[in-house]
Write a protein that binds this ligand. Structure first.
Ligand code: HEM
Length: 490
């Protein structure tokens, strides 16, 4: 511990803008470089917002475990506020009693292990559809990035709202726009007197339009569903299906059904139903892009490491034998596949800086004063590459986990792709089940090759900026179908 009673060290900045211009379009990388110079905790002035940046597992543990209640709130972020019902969902909402209620509902009723299990048929159906689409386009190269984005959005939309949306639909385009907008800075959040810049740049208008489309679609689905439930109620159908009034048939209930059912049973979600819908919005926005990003990075790393890819395929094919779809019972036996996903979550954390927090009271970290209102960024990406905890940290080497009990569910602070503490991601089981099912089946059903003429572009591992850090160039590959009884079909 050092520097008792002082503020953390701080790189020099410009008047008014502070250190804003020191952040590149890939801030996790700029902040990692700064941590090498200023240490595991340093203070930035992002315009008017003092922001402490933490880059070690020990300090992450202090903030997300020991001092978690003091750092469990979120700073106000005006883009998220306007897109997500004034942040009355979960991810961007301040730490408060209504937030606790919503998170509880989400953890217990929407994303519980039981509920995730109940979506198994849905995951398997959508993965089967993906495999047959890829098979039908073979031997032409397939844009795997496009296919996987459809898979993850379709699974999330069906789980949340009971339907999927065409790729070209306004709703899907808006989902994409919302993710872009959430990854952008509103100048007004950092330099309040420059509020007009967001208007002139067109940011305000984009946020307003995206919020309108999301809200319209959600309320349309909601109205439809309420109408359907009323008429089912009149015919007495739901009562006999579900037993107790409002209980849902496990196989068919999506998140909207579950929330409506809770409302009917007076176990409301937060202080009003709209708040429950805020959670639904967060869930389909938080769930699709993250799982997609991990799947693409995992496939890209395996393309870079062909002998590892072959080992994973051998494991799957020898354990599974001959099957149309690999099921979750099979996946539990696939130890190499599981560590490939874990290593991808280490080297390519989809949200490398997690979601920012804010100090709700003045406190001390590492002996430094952290005044109330200081924003806190945890650089999970830098932590996952810290040579103090990781051998060959830059290398994609899944076997590092074979005899290790490091886990990614918020208990091992050297690996926190889902965060930890009160703000831990509630979608871990949902996301992992989807990623495992998709990756296992992609590797089982096809042998993958890079089209020679696109080799350089496809193997380029450059990141693109945004709220999730994705592979910049799309993953376009040749998929050669594999038949378990015959081997590869040339
Ligand atoms: C690979 C997949 C995923 C990753 C890497 C991921 C990562 C994260 C991270 C880093 C946070 C913030 C944690 C913090 O502040 O400490 C978070 C929060 C959240 N995630 Fe995920 N997530 C994933 C999948 C999902 C899925 C599938 C869902 C829903 C179906 C989901 C829903 C949420 C929600 C609602 C929050 C807000 C929690 C809160 O603020 O209390 N996530 N996630």
């Amino acid at each position: 511990r050092s520097g008792a009673g002082q503020l953390p060290p701080s790189p020099p900045g410009l008047p008014l803008l502070g250190n804003l211009l020191q952040l590149s379009s890939l801030p996790h990388r700029s902040l990692h470089s700064l941590s090498k110079r200023y240490g595991p905790i340093f203070l930035l002035h992002l315009g008017a917002a003092p922001t402490a940046v933490l880059s070690s597992a020990e300090l992450a543990e202090q903030v997300m475990k020991t001092l978690d209640p003091d750092f469990a709130s979120r700073p106000p972020l005006s883009i998220a506020d306007r897109l997500l019902y004034n942040s009355s969902g979960i991810a961007f909402s301040a730490y408060s009693e209504p937030w606790r209620q919503r998170k509880k509902t989400c953890v217990l009723h929407l994303l519980s292990s039981k509920r995730v299990q109940s979506f198994r048929w849905l995951r398997e159906e959508e993965v089967k559809h993906l495999i047959s689409e890829i098979r039908s386009s073979s031997p032409a190269p397939v844009n795997l990035s496009e296919k996987i984005v459809c898979l993850t959005s379709d699974v999330i939309c069906r789980a949340a709202m009971g339907r999927k949306f065409d790729e070209e639909s306004m709703f899907r385009k808006t989902m994409k726009e919302v993710m872009t907008l959430l990854g952008m800075f509103s100048v007004a959040d950092f330099v309040p007197w420059l509020w007009w810049v967001d208007k002139l740049s067109g940011l305000d208008g984009r946020v307003r339009r995206a919020a309108e489309v999301l809200d319209e679609e959600l309320s349309r689905v909601l109205q439809e569903r309420m109408g359907r439930r009323r008429s089912e109620e009149r015919m007495g159908r739901r009562r006999s299906e579900g037993g107790r009034r409002g209980e849902e048939n496990e196989e068919s209930a999506d998140f909207i059904d579950v929330l409506l059912s809770l409302k009917e049973r007076e176990e409301d979600v937060g202080s009003s139903f709209t708040l429950g819908m805020g959670s639904v919005k967060d869930i389909f926005l938080g769930g699709a892009d993250t799982s997609f990003t991990v799947l693409i990075w995992a496939m890209a790393e395996l393309i870079w490491h062909p002998s590892l890819m072959k080992d994973v395929q051998d494991e799957i094919r020898s354990i599974v034998g001959s099957k149309e779809i690999i099921t979750e019972e099979d996946i539990n036996k696939l130890t190499l596949l599981k560590v490939v996903i874990k290593e991808t979550l280490r080297l390519h954390i989809p949200g490398p800086l997690l979601v920012p927090r804010v100090a709700s009271q003045s406190t001390q970290i590492h002996g430094y004063n952290i005044p109330k209102g200081t924003r806190v960024i945890i650089n999970a990406w830098a932590i996952a590459k810290d040579p103090k905890h990781w051998d060959r940290p830059e290398e994609f080497w899944p076997q590092r986990f074979t005899n290790s009990n490091i886990d990614f569910r918020g208990q091992s602070f050297e690996l926190i792709p889902f965060g930890a503490g009160r703000r831990l991601c509630p979608g871990i089981s949902f996301g992992v089940a989807l990623m495992e099912c998709a990756l296992a089946n992609l590797l089982y059903h096809f042998n993958w090759e890079v089209p020679e003429e696109m080799r350089e572009e496809i193997l380029d591992m450059t990141e693109s900026p945004g709220i999730t850090v994705q592979k910049k160039s799309p993953l376009i590959l040749i998929a050669k179908p594999y038949d378990s009884s015959l081997g590869p079909i040339i």
